[in-house]
Design a protein around this ligand. Structure first.
Ligand code: HEC
Ligand code: HEC
Length: 201
């Protein structure tokens, strides 16, 4: 676990060096017009398969856009969107979405207990680490380390991402941390923790 965190920190410092400049919120707002159709006018998408970007960390957003553009993170809808973006565009879009407010979701009471146990304590017998160690107790993540915010995110989206990490389909540098975290999780555990995180706010 300690090793994972060290790896994560080293990774994010390395990635961060390419993204030192600050984004501009107003410029990002203008550039986000094309994104609203899927991610919502206020950054909170209606379709639970499409991630909310409102309140997400600026650095994390810029890094993901870079990965979509290069094809390292595979998604047909997003690769087309990211293709035309410059590094400055990515930083501006990140700054803009980070300035917006994540809309709240209700947690599913049926999976609350299991989801909460995993989020807060991991699954000790399988060496699955506590999610809150990196994503913080309230799920806001760690913006400067580019650990994403998970609180309020659509459960369907988080679930799909965890399965994608587990299958090594989302497998560029920083994603390997999450492949390690998710590799011993069952579908049921992934669903429960995704629903729990969705209810955090
Ligand atoms: C046609 C719909 C569509 C449009 C338009 C679109 N996106 Fe996306 N976006 C998606 C989908 C679907 C995903 C989830 C991809 C996946 O499952 O990996 C996504 C994922 C993302 C992510 C990753 C979020 C995370 O939590 O990892 C970012 C960042 C993002 N989009 C930014 C943008 C920006 C900026 C624009 C406008 C320039 C945009 N998107 C336009 C559909 C869209
Ligand atoms: C050692 C630090 C660390 C731990 C522990 C950790 N994560 Fe992560 N997580 C990350 C990093 C870093 C990323 C971004 C990876 C990338 O670039 O794709 C991430 C990404 C994610 C994403 C994708 C978010 C998005 O918007 O696409 C989900 C979902 C997630 N983690 C859930 C979890 C869950 C559930 C646990 C606990 C079982 C957990 N994480 C434990 C560091 C961690």
């Amino acid at each position: 676990m300690k090793k994972l965190i060290q790896l994560a920190l080293v990774g994010s410092v390395l990635i961060g060096q390419g993204l030192m400049a600050q984004g501009d919120v107003e410029a990002g707002k203008a550039k986000a017009a094309a994104c609203a159709a899927c991610h919502g006018a206020d950054g909170n998408s209606m379709n639970p398969a499409w991630p909310k970007l409102a309140g997400q960390g600026a650095k994390y957003i810029a890094i993901q856009l870079k990965h979509f553009k290069s094809g390292a993170r595979k998604n047909a809808l997003m690769q087309g969107q990211a293709m035309a973006l410059s590094t400055q565009d990515m930083q501006d879009l990140g700054a803009y979405y980070a300035s917006l407010t994540t809309s709240p979701n209700a947690a599913n009471p049926d999976t609350l207990e299991l989801g909460q146990a995993i989020y807060r304590g991991g699954i000790m017998k399988k060496n699955v680490p506590a999610c809150m160690a990196c994503h913080s107790p309230d799920g806001v993540g760690n913006p400067s380390a580019a650990f994403p915010k998970l609180a309020g995110q659509h459960a369907n989206y988080s679930e799909a991402q965890l399965k994608s990490y587990r299958a090594n389909e989302r497998d560029y540098d920083s994603a390997k941390i999450m492949s390690g975290v998710s590799e011993r999780m069952t579908d049921e555990e992934i669903r429960a923790v995704s629903e729990y995180m969705s209810g955090l706010h």
